[in-house]
Design a protein around this ligand. Structure first.
Ligand SMILES: [Zn+2]
Length: 446
């Protein structure tokens, strides 16, 4: 397929914006990029997709999300409103996740991914929980990912909060699914696995050791770290160690591990994350919603920690997360010089891309270069001012919107064209999800 009449945003480093260009896709990958006349001569037989002068750029990557939370939208929490992070976990998430069946997990995934296609998010790193439907849950999610055509990294969050049998079931589910991804290529290589852990505050030393023991050295963990002070105080009370020190002692950190949030890490913990080359992800919308504070992202990046950008189950519209990051740090520090749009792009583009490369080394998404995965979006942005590689991050913060995404392509397959989903029936999926959500809400309230 030859995409013509495009203004390419490559997101290379340094970034390039190339008007009047074409992009050729072959075998799920970008095979060539060049001036339009050159490529139309070289590939006269190729099917053409006219971008009508739109921006054509890599699909967005989400470094930390929870498909299972989809049915929380609009759900009432009984009793007085939760007053802090622990009450939010107890009253909302730890009751909602217990109400999920396999079918709910499937439709939670489908509705998230349908939204992701519409909003130009093409790779998502998920963290799943369904304590009453653990065995096989990652297969259920993988089937849904396969059906939507997107790219995802899956894991099950192991926790001791529901007893040792379920902790063991969580370990087995991660293990089984990791083994499966080693045995077979899932969804044409669009699905990868990591090992999920909930958070230090719901994990015993024995469970952490058991997880470390069964996990191959080249597989990392995906865990919430110091999202609120409660995680730190729990760890100090249980072990005398702060969270990151504790995880380090159990061999959980490393260049394949993702530590989500790290809002309350201290300087020593930050340097441990840097020394071990552990990934950190930032989710400002979630942090604001839970009122847990703001991670010292700029300092963490100055230490050399690769910080990516996730959405923690908020809408699968990553430019909204860009905007939240850009604004939250300025307000938090009462300093408009903090968190430049270039720093946001460092997280949302470059670090997320490097993280995704770890999971999809054979066909990496995130940059428009020959050989990489053909995961692209078309953006209908009619800028009122000049757009340059240098000022693009500010255009994204102040001008881009997910409603401008008109076409989404993953692994060379067009999933949405001119805002029409080609393989998913949005109305019927949403209608069935609403029926399932109503039952989930009843079980949750009960
Ligand atoms: Zn999370």
């Amino acid at each position: 397929m030859l995409i013509t009449n495009a203004t390419l945003i490559t997101w290379e480093e340094p970034n390039r914006i190339l008007p009047g260009h074409a992009l050729h896709i072959m075998d799920n990958r970008i095979s060539d990029i060049g001036p339009e006349g050159e490529l139309t001569n070289r590939f006269p037989e190729a099917d053409r997709l006219d971008a009508h002068g739109q921006y054509v750029m890599p699909g967005n990557i989400c470094a930390h999300t929870h498909f299972y939370g989809a049915f929380a939208r609009g759900m009432a929490i009984p009793g007085p409103a939760p007053k802090d992070f622990l009450e939010i976990l107890e009253k909302l998430w730890w009751s909602l996740d217990k109400s999920l069946t396999d079918e709910d997990v499937r439709y939670s995934t489908l509705v998230c991914l349908m939204e992701a296609i519409k909003h130009g998010t093409t790779t998502l790193i998920d963290h799943h929980a369904s304590p009453n439907a653990i065995p096989g849950s990652l297969d259920v999610i993988a089937d849904a990912v396969d059906q939507t055509g997107l790219r995802a990294v899956l894991c099950y969050e192991v926790t001791d909060r529901d007893g040792s049998a379920r902790a063991k079931a969580g370990i087995s589910e991660n293990n089984r699914f990791i083994e499966r991804t080693r045995r077979e290529v899932l969804a044409e290589g669009r699905i990868a696995a990591t090992f999920g852990l909930h958070a230090s505050l719901t994990l015993s030393d024995a469970t952490l050791d058991a997880c470390r023991q069964v996990t191959p050295a080249d597989i990392g963990f995906h865990i919430h770290v110091a999202e609120s002070e409660a995680d730190e105080y729990d760890s100090l009370a249980k072990t005398g160690l702060r969270v990151v020190d504790r995880l380090h002692r159990h061999g959980i950190l490393g260049p394949h591990t993702i530590a989500a949030h790290t809002v309350h890490v201290d300087a020593r913990e930050a340097s441990l994350l840097a020394e071990t080359r552990t990934w950190v992800t930032h989710q400002p919308r979630s942090n604001m919603n839970n009122a847990v504070g703001v991670a010292q992202v700029e300092s963490l990046m100055r230490l050399g920690i690769p910080v990516g950008l996730g959405n923690d189950g908020f809408s699968n519209a990553m430019w909204e997360e860009w905007k939240a990051a850009y604004l939250a740090h300025k307000l938090w520090h009462r300093d408009p010089r903090r968190m430049s749009a270039m720093d946001v792009a460092r997280m949302g583009v470059y670090n997320n891309t490097a993280l995704a490369h770890q999971f999809f080394p054979k066909s990496p998404p995130g940059i428009l270069v020959p050989g990489d995965a053909a995961d692209l979006i078309f953006v209908d942005y009619q800028s009122p001012t000049p757009v340059t590689p240098e000022n693009l991050p500010w255009h994204i913060v102040f001008g881009f919107h997910e409603s401008m995404v008109t076409t989404t392509i993953v692994n060379g397959k067009v999933l949405m064209r001119d805002r029409q989903l080609l393989y998913l029936d949005e109305r019927s999926i949403a209608a069935h999800a609403r029926e399932l959500a109503a039952s989930v809400w009843k079980r949750y309230q009960g």
